[in-house]
Design a protein around this ligand. Structure first.
Ligand code: IVH
Length: 680
């Protein structure tokens, strides 16, 4: 249990009406920053670890914003500040770091006889033992190192000897302490990073909406996220961690129970299902109970780990090169079963991906009736040799859709199955990309909801009011069967939808009307062509007119920078699909007028840095404004910088750098006069 900080004004009932930053002396600011950091770290602990927050979210946000403002104004950066939870600068690569001690693996089996045999060997060697019984978390393991009580680094498992430095990413996880009180000078701990099921589902929803491939399971999602190069993206993903091990370099601990208590006392998140049992039969019971509970947990567990509690006995037992002799992972039974394939059908997902699915003679897998299982793609069907009538083994891992993993009988090269050449849902053109096939019709009913949301999103046509729910309603009611139908909506039809009124109907129609006058690049992006994000859409619009783009060949497209064969193929096949050409034509007929808006050149060659805020604008508005007129806006002052714009609550470091480099500074008025006035 972490103690509440004494004498900290930001812990209980904090007052969040702060005096202006500029009224603070440097010393007062430092003091406030120190208190705010201490309080926010405590609040993180109460919220993420103890599950018992002290302040409302709103209060937390106010404290956080105040800290961020002070850090910016007084240049008080610290990589272990709670403000870093929202991410730091993107990295070019992850550095390799050696582990404090090698990360071994575990002996494992799902067979009760094997864990009994493990137990017998232990008793033969060291006599009676107690075991720590813990869930075996199915995530991504990390080693986290603290020096002088401060978070120093987090390292992935890698090859067990050395891993990758993922410190900036692991700092974004709210339950990972940034500072420890009463900790040894040096402390290394291990734990398992995972993605909670609910967060995993929400993340996949968002990915599908953006046309990205969903992650196959929470473990892959966690592993992929921890190794990203941009901590800002990591901060937006729901990660959490359970710690289970202390690497005791000074040998002060004598038992796993002490290690566990130490972790808990220092404020690490530990799993409360961990327990101590007297013998191997109790480990087996523990595992059976956990098997029964596994679907109700927010995290995936694939077994239990039994560890000898007493460290002296561990020492005696020792390790092989691969694993310790004092621990054993008793795995959960795989959820597999055998049945016959009645039929193979092809399903179209929300990204337009075609997936062959086996319809099965229903079979029970540990309480769940399974009547369909994915075959992933055509290559998989060939490799497995699945055909209608085959007896197959199916497997369900965690939450994931069951899959066919093996043919038991009646397999063979399947001449019957071929991927359809047209979409089974809309008859649209199908293209192959690698092992997968996709329907290219953006208005295919299977994809229409996603296409609609994308089309209306901020960076696309920017039509407010078409979120998940509205898109579902528009499609389900039949009012929208193709993107172009949006511009034929009428107020009465809309107002008749559940939860809509005249006002929301009028707003949507007004938004649609306003969207008609659109930049060509934005329009191309809005069409939702595979692999064409907003940058590429802009590059394509700069190189081609809309007509030319629709007629362009792969070779034509390859002349555009940042367009490779995969992108070129995607563009060609998009406009090969008649339905997509028709959609564009109908959009134009409805009055949408995409026009090439040339980037302004008034500020060409100018490099500007901002510190503090310019009244009337957000930082991103200013950046966009200057950049669309040819300037570049960078984040640090160098010899290349033309102007440093010093707004309200500016940072000190940038100003000092500007002075050193002889860079001219502008206050907001001078900025208006010298730069903004040059724009039309
Ligand atoms: S102890 C040498 N405890 O399993 C023993 N590991 O196969 C060190 N894991 O890389 C591991 N939950 O990622 C331990 N409660 C738990 C665990 C656990 C999951 C993972 C960990 C490790 C792998 C070993």
């Amino acid at each position: 249990m972490v103690e509440e900080p004494d004498d900290n004004p930001y812990v209980r009932d904090p007052n969040t009406s702060f005096s202006p930053v500029e009224d603070l002396s440097e010393a007062a600011a430092r003091e406030q920053v120190r208190d705010l950091r201490e309080a926010l770290e405590y609040h993180d602990y109460r919220y993420y670890v103890a599950n018992d927050p002290v302040v409302a979210d709103r209060t937390y946000d106010a404290l956080f914003d105040r800290l961020a403002a002070l850090e910016e104004a007084f240049d008080l950066d610290d990589e272990n500040s709670p403000t870093r939870r929202v991410g730091g600068e993107p990295l070019d690569e992850l550095e390799t770091v050696e582990h404090v001690a090698p990360l071994l693996s575990l002996q494992s089996s799902g067979d009760a006889a094997e864990i009994r045999e493990f137990d017998r060997r232990i008793r033969d060697a060291v006599g009676d033992v107690a075991y720590s019984a813990e869930p075996k978390f199915d995530g991504f393991s990390v080693e986290v190192v603290y020096e002088d009580g401060a978070f120093e680094r987090a390292v992935t498992r890698g090859d067990g000897q050395e891993g990758e430095d993922v410190s900036a990413n692991v700092r974004t996880i709210g339950s990972v302490p940034l500072h420890l009180s009463d900790a040894p000078d040096f402390l290394a701990v291990r734990g398992e990073v995972y993605m909670p099921r609910s967060g995993f589902q929400a993340l996949n929803e968002r990915r599908i909406e953006r046309g990205e491939e969903p992650f196959a399971n929470p473990r892959n999602a966690a592993a992929g996220t921890v190794r990203l190069l941009d901590p800002g993206t990591v901060a937006d993903r729901p990660l959490d961690v359970f710690f289970y091990d202390v690497i005791d370099t000074s040998a002060t601990l004598t038992a796993q129970t002490e290690a566990f208590d130490l972790l808990r006392d220092l404020g690490f998140r530990v799993n409360d299902r961990t327990t101590v049992v007297d013998d191997v039969e109790a480990v087996i019971d523990y595992r059976d109970r956990l098997v029964a509970a596994r679907d109700d947990l927010e995290y995936e567990v694939d077994g239990v780990v039994a560890k000898v509690v007493d460290f002296e006995k561990r020492e005696e037992l020792g390790s092989t090169a691969r694993h310790p002799r004092w621990a054993f992972a008793y795995k959960f039974p795989a959820r597999t079963g055998e049945t016959t394939v009645e039929r193979i059908v092809v399903q179209v997902g929300r990204t337009g991906k075609l997936t062959p699915v086996a319809l099965l003679d229903p079979v029970d897998l540990q309480g769940v009736t399974i009547s369909r299982a994915t075959l992933h793609n055509a290559a998989q069907i060939r490799e497995l040799g699945v055909r209608e009538g085959s007896t197959v083994r199916i497997e369900r891992a965690g939450d994931v859709i069951p899959e066919v993993v093996e043919v038991v009988e009646g397999g063979g090269a399947d001449d019957d199955f071929t991927m359809p050449e047209t979409c089974p849902v809309c008859d649209g053109t199908v293209v192959q990309e690698g092992e997968h096939h996709y329907c290219t019709n953006a208005s295919c009913p299977a994809q229409l909801r996603r296409s609609l949301r994308h089309f209306c999103s901020r960076d696309a046509m920017d039509v407010e009011g078409v979120g998940t729910e509205a898109a579902d309603q528009l499609v389900e009611s039949g009012l929208v069967e193709s993107l172009a139908d949006l511009y034929r909506l009428d107020a009465d039809d809309l107002a008749a939808l559940d939860g809509w009124g005249e006002r929301s109907a009028e707003n949507l129609l007004a938004g649609l009307e306003a969207s008609k006058d659109v930049d060509l690049g934005t329009f191309v992006y809005a069409l939702g062509i595979r692999h064409v994000g907003s940058e590429r859409a802009r590059a394509l619009a700069a190189a081609f007119s809309l007509d030319d783009l629709m007629d362009a060949s792969v070779d034509d497209l390859l002349t555009v920078e940042d367009v490779g064969p995969e992108v070129a193929e995607a563009v060609v096949s998009h406009f090969d699909a008649e339905a997509n050409v028709e959609t564009v034509e109908r959009l134009l007929d409805a009055g949408v007028t995409p026009e090439r808006r040339d980037r302004g050149t008034e500020l060409d060659g100018l490099t500007v840095v901002f510190t503090g805020s310019v009244p009337g604008y957000t930082r991103s508005e200013l950046t966009e404004l200057l950049e669309t007129h040819g300037a570049s806006v960078t984040s640090s002052v160098s010899g290349e910088t033309d102007y440093l714009v010093v707004g309200e609550n500016p940072g000190q470091r940038k100003r000092e750098r500007a002075e050193e480099e002889g860079v001219e500074t502008l206050d907001p008025e001078a900025f208006e006069e010298r730069i903004l006035s040059r724009l039309d």
